[in-house]
Design a protein around this ligand. Structure first.
Ligand SMILES: *[C@@H]1O[C@H](CO)[C@@H](O)[C@H](O)[C@H]1NC(C)=O
Ligand SMILES: *[C@@H]1O[C@H](CO)[C@@H](O)[C@H](O)[C@H]1NC(C)=O
Ligand SMILES: *[C@@H]1O[C@H](CO)[C@@H](O)[C@H](O)[C@H]1NC(C)=O
Ligand SMILES: *[C@H]1O[C@H](CO)[C@@H](O)[C@H](O)[C@H]1NC(C)=O
Length: 386
């Protein structure tokens, strides 16, 4: 074989190998994206207009934890009027940091929660919404879209059907009819920790700043979803926060979820979120509202010296837990609510600890000969039809 011929063959072979590699790489990407696409479709959170996202798909892929093909949708006031029957009071579901919240149904059938406040249109709002809507996690309430028309600013969120954890813990009796066992509470704690932990894992970390039990919602399978992530910083950035009037100062000093260090410095950090999360756990384990009785916070801060498990734990649980699991859980809570922010564990450690305690509690109570091997939090517990 002549040298030029050999070189040509080698070259061609190299080219073929390259092509094969290219082909498989492409194939791999197509498969990945198809999977994600289907996931977003089935969870109903996908944007109606994928074309606008095509250019940013790669960029988003690199940031991780983001479902590429979705972004905020600009929803018209006309559609939101139709969705809420002109913001009829029948659809009013609450008041929050961002004003009134309404339940509504978009043209495509998506059930949403719409928050609105009076404000002039503003470009920073759109940028912030864009940023926040890219944060997607199973344990976070997704921001789907926005609207700025008619001196109104509105945020469109996915609707979470079963209300807040606070309503289930100490709300009106018709909501809290369901008895929450320790294992259910551990599952709620674990999912919520995952949601918060995800926010803190972003770069830069997203500090929730307003984490509280009423901001933890549960869906029909009792999977917890953290609401209002980034909402306070959004308002700060567009200058929409309520000015420090006397009443809001009072609200701050009476807010048991607020880290005592923040009350002094006014600076929110991921460790002040951990404190708020600890107060949430206190409510979850005691079934009581921390605002009503703040002495329970001091009791847990002194755990295990205080060792008054009986006065802390919600009697509703009827002793259906191991003392060991409960003890470890209370210890984790006491770490989260340590007065000094440096002493508090980071969220990912809290998440791991809760996960471990839950696993152990599950296996221990199974060995104890309980009828159901693993408690499945799920739709089989309810007859909920969509
Ligand atoms: C909403 O208001 C508009 C005009 O004010 C009216 O034409 C429309 O019928 C109303 N829609 C509903 C669902 O009430
Ligand atoms: C304890 O758990 C078992 C099994 O889940 C349940 O049947 C029982 O009613 C529970 N007891 C109390 C007091 O909650
Ligand atoms: C905070 O944590 C430190 C170290 O773990 C501990 O010694 C202290 O008692 C804790 N303080 C409170 C108020 O929980
Ligand atoms: C979710 O669960 C309840 C049981 O508490 C169930 O009856 C209902 O369909 C759902 N909604 C609410 C708001 O609880």
């Amino acid at each position: 074989m002549s040298k030029p011929l050999a070189a040509a063959i080698a070259g061609a072979a190299g080219g073929v190998v390259l092509l094969i590699i290219l082909f498989f790489t492409l194939w791999f990407f197509v498969l990945r994206h198809r999977g994600r696409w289907n996931n977003s479709l089935s969870s109903g959170t996908v944007s109606s207009d994928p074309s606008i996202q095509a250019g940013t798909a790669l960029e988003l892929g690199l940031t991780g934890g983001v479902s590429e093909l979705s972004g905020p949708r600009r929803v018209s006031l006309e559609e939101l009027n139709a969705a809420t029957k002109n913001f009829s009071s029948i659809n009013l579901i609450g008041y929050g940091t961002f004003g009134e919240a309404y339940k509504g149904i978009l043209y495509d059938g998506t059930i949403v929660a719409i928050k609105r406040r009076p404000s002039d249109a503003n470009e920073a709002f759109v940028q912030e919404v864009h940023h926040l809507s890219l944060i997607r996690h199973r344990n976070l309430v997704s921001l789907l879209g926005y609207c700025q028309e008619d001196q109104l600013q509105m945020l469109v969120y996915e609707y979470i059907p079963n209300g807040s954890v606070s309503a289930h813990l100490y709300g009106p009796s018709q909501v809290s009819s369901r008895k929450l066992e320790f294992k259910h509470r551990l599952s709620i704690a674990r999912g919520t920790a995952k949601g918060l932990s995800h926010l803190h894992s972003l770069s830069p970390p997203l500090v929730h700043m307003n984490f509280k039990t009423s901001n933890v919602l549960v869906d029909e399978d009792f999977i917890p979803k953290v609401a209002d992530a980034g909402l306070k910083s959004l308002l700060d950035r567009i200058g929409g926060s309520i000015a420090s009037s006397a009443s809001s100062k009072e609200a701050i000093s009476n807010n048991p979820f607020l880290d005592p260090e923040v009350k002094e410095s006014g600076i929110y950090t991921i460790r002040s979120d951990v404190y708020s999360f600890g107060i949430f756990l206190i409510e979850l384990v005691s079934g009581r509202e921390a605002r009503a009785d703040q002495s329970i916070i001091q009791l847990i801060q002194r755990y295990p010296e205080s060792s008054e498990t009986g006065t802390i734990v919600d009697p509703q649980m009827g002793g259906n837990f191991t003392m060991e699991g409960m003890g470890e859980f209370l210890r984790v809570i006491s770490w989260c609510v340590n007065q000094s922010s440096e002493r508090r564990p980071p969220m990912h450690l809290v998440e791991m600890e809760i996960d471990r305690i839950r696993e152990k509690e599950m296996s221990l109570t199974t060995v104890m000969g309980e009828g159901t091997p693993i408690v499945t939090l799920g739709s089989q517990l309810f007859t909920y039809s969509k």
